[in-house]
Design a binder for this molecule. Sequence first.
Ligand code: ADP
Length: 762
Amino acid sequence: MPRLSAPPVVKSLKEALNYLRGATTMEWAIVLACWFSLTLISLIISTGIAIDHARSRFTDDGNRLRHNIEQRLKTAELVMLGLGDIASESSLRPDIRLTRYASEAAKRYDFVYTMGLQPLVRSEERARFEQMEAQRYPGFIIKDYQHANEHNWKSRLQWMRAPERSLYLPWVTAEPSLPASANHVRGLDLLADDVVGPTLQRAIASAETELTPSFSLSDGASAFAYTRAVYPTQPPPDSPLLRREEAKGMLVLVVRTAALLDTGATPDDYELKLERADGAARHLDLILARHEPRQKASTLEHLLLPRLTSSQSISTPFFPYQLKLAHQVGFSILHAPTMVLCFLLSALPALMVLMMLGMRREARRSHDDVSESLHRERENAMVTLQAISDAVITFDIRRIVQYLNPTAARLMSIRIEEARERPLQELFHLRYEFSKQAMADPFMECLQRRCVVELAENSYLIRPSGDKLLIEGTISPLFDRSGSLQGAVLTFRDTAPVRRRMLEALEASEDRLREHEKELARVARINSMGEMTSGIAHEINQPLSAIMSYCQASLSLLEDDEPDLEMIHQAMHSAVSQAERAGKIVLRLRDFVSKRNQDCAPVDVNHAVLNALTLTEHEVLDSEVHLEYRPAANLPLAYADTIHLEQVVLNLIRNAIDAMQSVRPWGRLIIETSYFAERIRISVSDNGPGIPQETLERVFEPFFSTKQKGMGLGLTICQTIIESIGGQLSARNKTGGGAEFIVELPPLDARTFAQQAGVEPS
Ligand code: ADP
């Protein structure tokens, strides 16, 4: 089943994880610093955007407020105008028209607090006025208010009867009427009041509508008032003095600041201030109305965030006003999700930085690895070039030598430093003789064809010293990474040692051939010995048959009534002579294998056994016998005719193979050599039927054989051979079944060698 490769995203993620895992403390520090800085920058940017929003909202709010306030101020001035119209037509006494007008205005406009026409009382009229008013409001007096504590209107201590003055403006009318809590204000001499007095004085003198500064109402709320003097004649007198003399009362329209500014609809954190725009020129108290933010900004907000301000002009038919708005931007503009987003989004570039650092680290590491392996390879190449027996010369396309190894320097009898940067032709000349392939210039050939060029047969170099050096070698082109040709490498070797080695190898192979021939002769000899044995057996067979027929003839003669003793004697004599003949044949055989015929020499027994095994290899294989050969290590040499010894082992192996025919294919032949009790032993054992106990003694007798075509001479000859070199051949049955034949030989020592060689040891 084909293996599915991971998608590239997963691969990249895995890589990123690996980079993260391998990140160093320094890298983490850089990344965290990046993250922190990016979070800070994104927070600053998002705060900037939020401030921009706050600013545009502030501008919108400012415009809205300006528009609304302008409308209300214009309305207030219109109400004041209407009030003036009514007042100019009415007396100073309570007027139903004014009451209706006032209640209607108050109902329609919530910023209208109260209004009224307050009478101007001259000092000579004061007593009568007070008496008259006291009828409606018992205890009425014209009084002053000590502005020690503005919020303490109700305290009687703050009130006192007004001192003697030329003109009083006691507060008497209020439409809509004031709440009962404000009753104590009744009779207050407005002209002498510290807050509103100067404005009223000015209004009398100017005959214009004037605006009082801001003051507090009995309920603590802030207010200011429009005021205008009322004269009996229209237009009023020109002179301010006359105006003061003639003025009969003053209109006062009290406006509630909060309602005028509509502070309920103003954002909590806005600061509002309504000022007279012409005040500076006239040294007036500028502030008409003020609205403090209900929500206070913290010091940190003051420090870090901007304070937005705006100043807008409002112009009405009566006065120029200035509306001043201020707003301290607070942290509320920063939304938690935005901040979290900034934090998270900043993590992405920070992670990318981490990955880049990781990639840089990886790149550096792999660069180090590459340079390390490059260095190693260069070292390997250098060491190899220094060590090899071939000469190597590198040259560029102009045939200037770039490099040569010590072998090259040695072969050309030149120092490496001298050869470098020199043209190739200064170092040697390349020639060839008796070459079949004629080549003009192998260097040119290599550089032009850009392929490996073999030097022609019988090439030789003419060294700087002038002598010839027979060489063989190649010229290979050198390319750089882009595949362009850089030069070539000439590698060559001195063929003299090679030729010498070839000669030696030839001689060695000839030796081996001779050896092989000898071996062949030896094998032939072994085979001829076998044939000879069967020939001898055949020869012995003839006298034995003759003996048998003589004996049978003698027996039948003896059975006669009158045995012919002469004939019997003759027959027995002939039998004896035939037996002598057989004995002679056996003696001849013994002689053949006796000491005299043996070509004794020190023998490696293991080697002799191995030779015998080689000769019987096919028989072992054919008869499906499993062979185990256990040669002993460090076996001493024996002194024997190696061919005869091999003949013995060969015979024992063949007998074992014959015996194991009955257990085929489970035959197991074990051949073992050992050295024990100063005897070299060769044991040939099998897992055949073994030798019957009654015939165990007879197997070495001549002509004893249990085989159909056996001659019974093999073991006899073997015993003769072994005994002739001072050894022993014995047979036994193994306990687990099968027979074992043991050859025991004396090891070769100086004495044995001398004895066997017929020389007395010195
Ligand atoms: P041949 O092989 O011609 O019979 P040998 O002298 O070699 O003559 O052997 C004599 C006899 O010894 C054999 O016929 C056989 O009965 C017996 N013999 C030899 N080797 C073995 C053996 N490994 N197992 C059983 N009997 C054996």
